[in-house]
Design a protein around this ligand. Structure first.
Ligand SMILES: NC(=O)c1ccc[n+]([C@@H]2O[C@H](COP(=O)([O-])OP(=O)(O)OC[C@H]3O[C@@H](n4cnc5c(N)ncnc54)[C@H](O)[C@@H]3O)[C@@H](O)[C@H]2O)c1
Length: 253
């Protein structure tokens, strides 16, 4: 592609939270952005925010765990925006419980969205990146990858994504494609609001308690993560691959 051509980015789980902030940020950097989430209507707010600021965005409804829908979604992106060369695997869910109470279905749901979803999306997008001789893949891991009580499924998936990232970096590097992982700490989104509700705390109180444990003494916001993703997806990060960046307001151990 010529250097003046607009790069196309796909951000999964971009209807809200970290994904929405990332889609807006990548559009502000000049990318045409496919805003992908479970249902197309849910993507409207993110798309409107991008287009109101003069950017280019396309809403795409897709369950990232469903191979047929993933293939169709990527074809839709190609037809609507062009071949995607930036992919942010951000879609995620929680199904927290202690091991002895965790159902097979809660285990499978978390594995399917995070791991199978990242695999299917990466497989569908990589051929376009190989053709372009350029690609950027960013996978959302988590501080929970280091282990977190009540999250045996999520911790395993988020640690798995780190191995997935490093392997992509080794396989795809020769095609000009980098793969990196961003591992957020506590970020204020609907996901952490749901956790506060589950443990019976008000969200403000939950955030204040979390902030006392974080070296910079505040919780994170989606833009903190979007900033890191913008770095990894940029042209200037071509020699940075297979890395995991914890964005958590301090070191975790
Ligand atoms: N919020 C945090 O503190 C935090 C910390 C570490 C990691 N993360 C990770 O960051 C990512 C984004 O988290 P968030 O806090 O913005 O979450 P969120 O719950 O606010 O948003 C997640 C989005 O993913 C979408 N999604 C879920 N399943 C999907 C599927 N099968 N197909 C397509 N889209 C799907 C949801 O509809 C939602 O819009 C997740 O991978 C999460 O695990 C979040």
């Amino acid at each position: 592609m010529s250097t003046t051509e607009q790069r196309v980015a796909v951000v999964t789980g971009a209807a809200r939270g970290i994904g929405a902030a990332t889609a807006v940020r990548l559009a502000a950097e000049g990318r045409a952005v496919a805003v992908l989430d479970l249902d197309e209507a849910g993507c409207a707010a993110t798309v409107e925010k991008i287009t109101a600021a003069g950017g280019t965005a396309l809403a795409v409804g897709c369950d990232v765990a469903d191979p047929a829908r993933v293939e169709a979604a990527v074809e839709r992106v190609v037809a609507g925006l062009g071949a995607p060369t930036i992919l942010v695997n951000n879609a995620g869910v929680l199904r927290d419980n202690l091991l002895f109470k965790m159902s097979e279905s809660d285990w499978d749901t978390v594995m399917n969205v995070h791991l199978r979803g990242a695999f299917l999306m990466s497989r569908a997008c990589q051929k376009h990146m190989v053709d372009a001789g350029f690609g950027r893949i960013v996978n959302l891991s988590s501080s929970s990858a280091l282990g977190n009580r009540g999250q045996v499924n999520y911790a395993a998936a988020k640690a798995g994504l780190q191995g997935f990232t490093k392997t992509l970096a080794k396989e795809l590097g020769k095609f000009g494609i980098t793969a990196n992982s961003v591992a957020p700490g506590f970020i204020v989104t609907d996901m952490t609001a749901a956790t506060a509700e589950r443990v019976g705390m008000g969200f403000e109180e939950f955030q204040a308690a979390a902030a006392t444990q974080i070296p910079v003494q505040r919780v994170g916001v989606p833009d903190d993560i979007a900033n890191a993703i913008a770095f990894f997806t940029g042209d200037a990060a071509g020699f940075v691959s297979g890395q995991v960046m914890y964005v958590a307001g301090g070191p975790l151990n």
